[in-house]
Ligand binder design. Structure first.
Ligand code: 13P
Ligand code: SF4
Length: 301
């Protein structure tokens, strides 16, 4: 173990902390985490934490979700500026205004949203459960889906439904093109192409499967394919390669890097456990309302 890894292990024991990491984190951060997963798996895991402290290696809304689900615990984020630009594409005021124009509609938010936006919603979804959650909603109600137009459009097409879509998007996934998918297919003939539902429609249509990052890990485990092409943030490649030593994984576009996901390093992880800062807190009234939307999602089987 390197010195910094030993420091983190000692601080983790001293603080009675658990380290949760998203699948897009740097390889060395994933390697030191107690649990690595997609947004849904991380939200579920956050409901089962015994530790006093959660050091959350991901972007801000993910740590906020862990804080909302664990009001009595301390949630740390190694870099408090690690935001998700898509989550910031709709504010609470904008959502309230949208709701006022659609009285009686159900408001659904992708988990990539602020606590204030979640507090205004009836239910959340993640990319791992969106189809299941959306198909559980009443068919006779208008549905507002924020902030990701692509995930919303993907689920609407799958379910033959129509939603009012907010025009938010992920800048990292928006850069992927159908042309790049075609080039990756030509370079790796026969390999299945997996893309994330945050990708634009023509990219989703050009792929074989459209999956959450956790879904991609499950697909890789279960598939007989020896080569798989992956169209999402490149951090996922570490986990796919670690878990499937006999298989090869290729990015559709090696430039798909989420700069915010890469803000977490072993150094700032160590520092936040040492200083017990930056902490992620949510105002109790907002947290209570946001928690209802998250729990409604977690209750859908
Ligand atoms: P997953 O829940 O599929 O890991 O997605 C989270 C995310 O931010 C994708 O950009
Ligand atoms: Fe947000 Fe996109 Fe980064 Fe995911 S990859 S955290 S959606 S900016």
């Amino acid at each position: 173990m390197r010195e910094i890894e030993e420091e983190i292990a000692a601080l983790k024991a001293r603080r009675n902390a658990v380290i949760l990491a998203h699948n897009y984190q740097r390889a060395e951060v994933q390697a030191i985490a107690d649990f690595t997963g997609d947004s849904l798996e991380l939200a579920r895991r956050a409901t089962q934490v015994d530790a006093d402290v959660i050091a959350f290696c991901g972007v801000y809304f993910m740590a906020e979700t862990a804080a909302i689900l664990n009001p009595g615990k301390t949630v740390l984020i190694p870099d408090a500026t690690a935001g998700c630009p898509m989550a910031d594409m709709i504010t609470g005021d904008q959502l309230r205004e949208l709701k006022s124009r659609h009285p009686g509609a159900l408001a659904v938010c992708y988990v990539n949203s602020t606590a204030e936006v979640k507090a205004e919603c009836d239910i959340c979804v993640t990319s791992g459960n969106a189809e299941r959650v959306m198909s559980s909603l009443p068919k006779n109600r208008e549905i507002l889906f924020v902030p990701d137009q692509h995930l919303g459009g993907h689920v609407a097409a799958k379910l033959g439904a129509k939603y009012v879509l907010w025009p938010g998007y992920c800048p990292t996934h928006a850069r992927l093109t159908a042309k790049r998918v075609a080039e990756a297919r030509a370079a790796h003939p026969g390999a299945p192409v997996l893309v994330h539902p945050e990708c634009p429609k023509d990219v989703r249509d050009a792929a074989d499967e459209c999956l959450s990052t956790g879904g991609m890990c499950a697909y890789a485990r279960e598939s007989a394919a020896k080569e798989i092409v992956v169209g999402t943030e490149v951090g996922i490649l570490h986990r796919l390669r670690e878990e499937n030593p006999g298989k090869s994984f290729w990015p559709v576009d090696g430039a798909m890097v989420c700069p915010n996901m890469k803000k977490t390093t072993l150094e700032n992880l160590r520092d936040c456990l040492r200083d017990m800062s930056p902490r992620v807190t949510v105002a109790p009234e907002t947290a209570l309302r946001a928690r209802r939307a998250i729990e409604a999602m977690l209750e859908v089987k």
